[in-house]
Design a protein around this ligand. Structure first.
Ligand SMILES: [Zn+2]
Length: 859
């Protein structure tokens, strides 16, 4: 039996519209609406309010709809005589639900019990079972569910299509019972809810129930479709709006704000809408506002488990351990197995990259409720991010057994299987995992870069990192995403760091030449340093800012440049203050805003270090690690105030963004240059390109002035200027394979082998699979006499270019001979001749080698 406790309120709330129809029937003493047509069912349904009750009952219903739950309950109580032994069914049911919403659990149970006893229908029992589940009273839940099932079976045995059409709610409850039993969601959807939606298309609760079921399995687009179906029947359906809000939030749909507003206008206290608002605030680290928001719910229900959990999460972010525990206790007093008060704050901890604390909270959730498979799934994902793949796999497997529809869990287990086939190399502080076939292409280069980064950045940030740091490189982008976040897609992500684990795409998983994977690795490794140093207690924007900053420090062609597209975004928002930076990451309006966030965060760090010194930055990270707020730490370490720091940053930005004021003359100059180049009017083209470059030197788009200038110099044979321009272009942005090719070819012509080697190595960070550039590298290294490096390059060539294998194998023999590794050379020569017996160069080498080894044997 599955036991997801916190779904309870949602389900009950989801039934409220249905309940009103039942009340309507009940109030009029009807058992069934007699003329059975679809249209009639729909109109009875939608007209429930109108036919149902007199003026007084309208009042409590209206208050209820506005979210004034306590007022509604008071008004309802006035309709019931204190010594009334026979409360009308509709009023009794409404009172039970309002009592539940307002946290009067025992009274609500008493009402539902009365309902179940008085009427031989399934409804009261289903609702009672739900309340028992919410209260963690498992035995009573089981018993009630069995009884509900029995009654539903009885109805179902004799029900035909007409019965379904006249009493769609009976079938709906059958679906809810199946959900509570933990039946296969696919069967519930196709076998029950879909039939209802087709047969009784005006019955909104079937759409809402389908939406909730799909939502609970993570199928957000499908769920949104069902909720929209319900809203087509009634645009003010609060449960459908609340469901839609959750879908939009989970899938980062831009319609979220509008839908939240619609719901808030109808009912400013709707728990579904408020919960999503609170989650958004928690993501943004605005814990203060979460406390304010949860007060709204506590005003009518001080024991609402979900809101206590949200409140506890806010305390977690504030490092207020005692307050968090007190809040958790309030929920546990009502329900000792209320695991959401640990699971939810744990999930928030992990969203803030504090996986260790997140996993500890999931352990606590599971200790009081071992059936909480959501907590188990989250624990599994946390463990993977902590680098403990084996323990993570165990938890995920168990979570999968309990819920085979959790997409994240399913995907993660699949990727763990493919990781088993990866090759793993441990060297120094690092363990590198990657597809075995890519070893000669990326392994050495990655480990060398990581060693460099570790030496440099540990010293610079005054810290010793926890090792081993695990780096996983995937040749399949979806695998990388699943490994990192549990879901495929998001082609914008290149790498992700979790503190002790870095995951990233191999260049083979990206479009050829589209990014510099060394820059990605440098960026992610910088996160290892800053996240570990602060024990993951730093805002995302600052961690990104330092990573972008360190990229540019290492190579000016890495990191972020000023982009003309930022102008529109900044014109709309105005210059951001330091406190605004986090929102670019936690709730970016568009992918463009996210990119702008990276740029601005990087610029903040650059400015901060220039203005207050690297030491101030390092000290501020120490303070954050000790629990101080980020802005306070930054200001205090710089001996300034937050306000002054903000002002200085904005002053810096004004200057830094100056080029954005020249976009029009820049575009005009660029256009003039392109036209002149087309007409082969090289002098005019050169002048215009230079002017464009001066106006906006950082533009790195595909038709940037430096690329244009290079074309001009190429056409006019000005090789010195061409080389300089190509270097300039690559110094702005390294992921330009064409520029690397031209540069390499120039150095080859000049026989400048050292420069050629450098260029070919730079190119390999953009595309290590390019065999032409790799052959040039081999040539340079052989000329330079760096035989060991050349041997590595031969291995890379053999991995990426099988058509020329004999040629590379010969080169390997020759290089081994240069290194006087005679035996290895001889073995390779024999093997080469076995495969290609007539390869005379190989024959000659073998002869030499035989003589050589015999001479050695004599000596
Ligand atoms: Zn990053």
């Amino acid at each position: 039996m599955k036991w997801p406790l916190d779904h309870r309120v949602r389900l009950i709330a989801g039934l409220s519209r249905f309940r009103r129809v039942a009340s309507a029937r009940d109030g009029r003493g009807l058992v069934r609406p007699t003329p059975i047509t679809l249209a009639m069912v729909a109109s009875v349904w939608l007209g429930a309010f109108a036919v149902a009750q007199d003026g007084d009952s309208d009042k409590y219903r209206e208050a209820w709809q506005r979210g004034e739950y306590l007022t509604a309950l008071n008004l309802l109580d006035k309709l019931i005589e204190p010594d009334d032994n026979y409360i009308p069914r509709g009023l009794l049911k409404d009172r039970a639900e309002l009592r539940l919403i307002t946290g009067k659990l025992e009274e609500s149970i008493a009402d539902y019990k009365a309902l179940g006893e008085r009427y031989d229908e399934v409804e009261g029992l289903v609702l009672l079972a739900e309340v028992y589940k919410y209260a963690g009273r498992k035995e009573e839940f089981d018993k009630t569910l069995v009884e509900a099932q029995r009654r539903s079976d009885y109805w179902f045995r004799y029900a035909d299509r007409r019965d379904v059409m006249s009493s769609p709610e009976e079938l709906l409850f059958r679906g809810l019972i199946a959900e509570m039993r933990g039946d296969d969601p696919k069967n519930i959807l196709t076998g029950i809810y879909k039939i209802l939606m087709e047969q009784v298309p005006g019955f909104a609760p079937a759409f809402v129930a389908s939406g909730n079921l799909a939502l609970s399995k993570g199928s957000f687009a499908t769920a949104a479709g069902y909720f929209e179906g319900a809203l087509a029947l009634d645009p003010n359906d609060q449960e459908a709006l609340a469901g839609l809000v959750k879908c939009y939030w989970q899938s980062r749909d831009e319609r979220l704000e509008k839908t939240l507003d619609t719901l808030a206008k109808l009912n400013p206290n709707h728990p579904g809408g408020l919960a999503v608002r609170a989650e958004m605030l928690l993501d943004a680290g605005k814990s203060n506002e979460v406390h304010e928001l949860t007060k709204k719910v506590f005003a009518f229900n001080s024991a609402n488990a979900e809101f206590l959990a949200l409140n506890a999460a806010a305390y977690f972010l504030e490092d207020k351990q005692t307050e968090m525990e007190e809040t958790q206790k309030r929920a546990l007093d009502v329900n000792p197995s209320c695991s959401i008060v640990f699971r939810l704050p744990g999930r928030i901890a992990s969203r803030h990259y504090r996986f260790k604390e997140g996993s500890e909270l999931q352990h606590k959730a599971l200790a009081i409720n071992p059936d909480d498979h959501e907590a188990r799934a989250q624990l599994g994902l946390d463990l993977l991010r902590l680098g403990d793949d084996e323990a993570g796999r165990q938890e995920l497997t168990a979570a999968f057994e309990a819920d085979r529809y959790n997409v994240q869990v399913f995907n993660s287990l699949n990727v763990l299987d493919s990781l088993d086939k990866f090759k793993s190399i441990s060297r120094g502080s690092f363990t590198l995992q990657f597809p075995a076939a890519e070893e000669p292409i990326i392994a050495r280069s990655a480990l060398d870069l990581l060693d460099d980064a570790a030496t440099l950045l540990q010293a610079k940030y005054n810290m010793t990192m926890e090792t081993p740091v695990r780096v996983q490189i995937f040749d399949n982008h979806d695998d990388f995403m699943v490994r990192s976040v549990g879901l495929p897609g998001s082609s914008g992500h290149l790498g992700i760091c979790f503190g002790k684990l870095v995951t990233m795409d191999s260049p083979s998983a990206r479009p050829k030449g589209s990014s510099d994977w060394h820059s990605v690795l440098w960026h992610e490794f910088t996160h290892v340093i800053t996240l570990q140093k602060t024990k993951n207690r730093m805002p995302r924007w600052l961690s990104e800012g330092i990573s972008v900053f360190e990229e540019k420090q290492r190579n000016t062609g890495w990191g972020m440049n000023l982009d003309p597209n930022y102008k529109k975004l900044l014109d709309e928002s105005g210059l951001p203050g330091v406190a605004d930076l986090e929102l670019y990451f936690t709730q970016p309006k568009t992918p463009g805003h996210l990119m702008l966030g990276y740029f601005l965060a990087g610029e903040f760090v650059k400015h901060y270090v220039a203005a207050y010194g690297q030491a101030a930055l390092v000290v501020s990270l120490d303070r954050m690690g000790a629990g101080e707020a980020a802005l306070d730490s930054l200001a205090a370490s710089a001996n300034t105030s937050a306000r002054q720091m903000d002002q200085a940053f904005q002053d810096y930005l004004k200057k830094r963004l100056e080029a954005l004021e020249y976009l029009e003359p820049f575009a005009a100059a660029l256009q003039q240059a392109v036209q002149a180049a087309k007409a082969q009017n090289w002098i005019e083209a050169e002048t215009a390109y230079r002017k464009a470059y001066e106006l906006f030197p950082e533009y790195e788009g595909p038709s940037n002035p430096l690329i244009g200038l290079a074309e001009v110099y190429e056409a006019t044979g000005k090789n010195n200027e061409l080389r300089e321009t190509l270097h300039g272009s690559l110094g702005l942005h390294t992921a330009n394979l064409d520029a690397w090719r031209k540069l390499a070819s120039l150095y080859e012509q000049m026989a400048d082998w050292a420069a050629l080697e450098k260029a070919a190595i730079g190119a390999a960070a953009v595309d290590p699979f390019d065999s032409d550039l790799c052959r040039l590298l081999l040539r340079a290294q052989r000329q330079l006499g760096v035989h060991d490096k050349a041997l590595d390059t031969v291995e890379r060539l053999l991995a990426i270019d099988t058509t020329h294998a004999p040629e590379y194998r010969l080169a390997r023999i020759e290089l081994l001979m240069k290194r006087e590794r005679w035996d290895e050379a001889k073995q390779h020569a024999v093997r080469l001749l076995e495969d290609t017996p007539n390869y005379w160069e190989a024959q000659e080498h073998l002869l030499t080698l035989v003589e050589q080894t015999e001479a050695h044997a004599v000596n």
